[in-house]
Design a protein around this ligand. Structure first.
Ligand SMILES: Cc1ncc(COP(=O)(O)O)c(C=O)c1O
Length: 282
């Protein structure tokens, strides 16, 4: 597999970085994950905008202009021998002796690789998945797509430990997001989404879902959602670039609505799949 590291395309086995990279030592960096369908990156400019926003938040200059990013990502996609890919982009504050302050005169480390894109199987879409809840004990800058994902990993593992797909996070009684996804609630035919803030990572999929809801006249509200509303939802969905729109049918062992993927989840998934096809053909 060819990867991109610090300005060069190279076989993955030959791509090496210093053990003093601040990404390795401190988790001092940010990342993006771009789904690629039939070699066409989905919403690339949105991902690059969010990368810029993350870099701005951690005060790290973007090593490339948007056109340079686009070019190198397209080159990397072309080098792979599989068509549906998930392209991972990571930028760290570079290599320096271990000390907290930002090092001076150090180039960031840029690492980009592609792996085969694995989306949900038809069977999983048919059955839906289970989820658990946990207190959102992450920091208050969750809008940064930071590589330091320890809190998310520990929270997600709580779901994995009981055979579930995701952990829904509640902060002071309000829904924030999933450990690795955004969460939507359906109640009485209205699609509800927590508002963008420093307490969630606003997903590219989240944006697409709200655009599709607006375009197709699906009633929707972006507003704070209480734990009580989550627990009495008719439908719950998790969304992300790799999981797309996935219905949650059991929460903490209790059925969500009828305990099967709801009609709005199925409709939104169909709209999303059609939208993807249009983008691929464009
Ligand atoms: C914490 C968190 N929130 C939301 C998302 C969804 O973002 P996107 O739809 O851009 O994949 C992710 C995706 O990895 C995530 O890790």
């Amino acid at each position: 597999m060819s990867v991109f590291l610090n300005g060069r395309f190279t076989p993955d086995a030959e791509a090496t970085i210093s053990v003093f990279d601040r990404g390795f030592v401190f988790g001092d960096g940010v990342y993006e994950l771009v789904p690629v369908y039939s070699r066409k990156p989905f919403r690339l400019d949105d991902h690059l905008r969010r990368l810029q926003a993350s870099l701005d938040e951690i005060r790290l200059a973007n090593p490339y202009a948007i056109d340079e990013w686009r070019e190198l990502i397209l080159q990397l996609i072309a080098l792979q021998d599989f068509a549906d890919q998930s392209v991972y982009i990571q930028v760290t504050r570079g290599v320096a002796p271990r000390d907290h302050p930002f090092p001076k005169g150090v180039s960031p480390t840029v690492f980009v690789f592609a792996q085969p894109l694995v989306t949900a199987s038809a069977e999983l879409k048919r059955t839906g998945v289970c989820a658990v809840t946990a207190v959102d004990n992450r920091w208050s800058r969750c809008n940064i797509k930071a590589i330091s994902l320890l809190a998310n990993i520990l929270l997600r593992q709580q779901a994995v430990d009981v055979g579930c797909a995701e952990t829904l996070l509640l902060r002071e009684g309000w829904l924030t997001e999933g450990a690795a996804s955004n969460i939507f609630v359906v109640k009485n035919g209205v699609l509800l989404a927590p508002p963008p803030s420093n307490l969630i990572l606003t997903g590219i999929t989240y944006d697409v879902v709200l655009e599709l809801a607006a375009a197709h006249g699906i009633p929707h509200e972006v507003r704070a959602i209480s734990e009580a509303e989550v627990r009495s939802a008719d439908e719950l969905w998790m969304t992300s670039s790799t999981r797309e729109i996935m219905a949650i049918v059991t929460l903490d062992g209790v059925a969500v609505g009828a305990g099967v993927p709801g009609p709005l989840a199925q409709r939104m998934d169909a709209l999303y799949q059609t939208f993807k096809q249009q983008v691929m053909r464009a």
